[in-house]
Write a protein of this length. Structure first.
Length: 263
């Protein structure tokens, strides 16, 4: 299991308390579904379902569809199953990062009409293998609704991590060009792309850092640049000084969402 799936597994129990932004992103994703022009999808596949926020929205929007919800973390899947009682959903472990073809259930042997993932792909070092997997799972004319964060996510934190003693040089996230290139390489067309920005006020930098840790979204320190206790204290002080606002400190989420289609 990869670094982020392990972190998310540990965060499974506290994720729900801190996932307001992901809920908003899931709602935006659903709004991308083309309306009225085509029949409702009858088979749905979700990658990185986490605690099931998007899964439950898909279930409610398409009550007649069969759903396969997947995640790389057993603990996340267990939390999702528990939070979604009574719904007929197939839950399956699947690492969606490296492009290994997923065994499709018999009911989706012709491919899924709709695939979706919310706030998952920003951790993948390369989108191409993942989009290859998504394309291989889709039926002809199937759509893939996908969202993530841009490399400019948390600009406040990034500005501090860019400076000494951290001197991080790169940040997780996907640009529009990354998505367009990986989609084109896998024969998917980009039907829509949009970006959103949401600023949240936390009581202090400690609560902001604790929230992203609880969501499994803490950044991986660059090799050889461990985050020592002293560096963390410096980061917290600098964050408070530079990004303090009435009521606490600010942090800005920068997300994107896209609708991709298989020919
Ligand atoms: C930020 S959470 C988002 C969860 C959910 N989609 C939501 O919107 O709340 C990311 C999820 O991706 C899962 N994940 C991380 N790496 C993965 C991988 N390589 N393949 C599949 N799932 C993965 C984590 O276990 C976690 O549940």
């Amino acid at each position: 299991m990869n670094f982020h799936a392990r972190r998310f597994g540990r965060a499974a129990s506290s994720y729900g308390e801190h996932s307001g932004v992901q809920t908003g992103m899931a709602e935006s994703l659903l709004s991308l579904i083309p309306r009225g022009r085509e029949p409702d999808p009858d088979s749905l596949l979700e990658f990185g379902c986490g605690t099931g926020i998007l899964t439950r929205m898909l279930r409610a929007r398409f009550p007649a569809a069969r759903i396969l919800a997947t995640d790389a973390s057993e603990r996340m899947l267990a939390a999702a199953r528990l939070a979604t009682p009574g719904a007929e959903i197939d839950w399956q472990i699947l690492d969606a990062m490296d492009g290994t073809p997923a065994p499709l259930p018999a009911w989706a042997a012709r491919g899924f009409a709709l695939a979706a993932s919310n706030a998952l792909v920003q951790w993948f070092p390369d989108l191409k293998p993942h989009f290859a997997l998504a394309a291989s799972c889709l039926a002809p004319r199937g759509i893939y609704l996908v969202s993530g964060f841009t490399p400019g996510n948390f600009p406040e934190l990034n500005s501090l991590l860019r400076e000494p003693p951290f001197a991080y040089s790169s940040f997780p996230g996907n640009s529009e060009a990354d998505v367009a290139e990986a989609a084109a390489e896998n024969g998917l067309s980009v039907e829509s792309w949009s970006e959103a920005s949401a600023t949240e006020i936390f009581p202090g930098p400690e609560q902001f850092l604790a929230a992203i840790k609880a969501m499994g979204s803490a950044r991986r320190p660059e090799t050889g640049k461990a985050l020592t206790r002293a560096k963390l204290a410096g980061l917290i002080a600098a964050y408070r000084e530079r990004y303090g606002v009435p009521g606490g400190v600010r942090a800005t989420w920068k997300s994107w969402q896209a609708c991709l289609r298989k020919p």
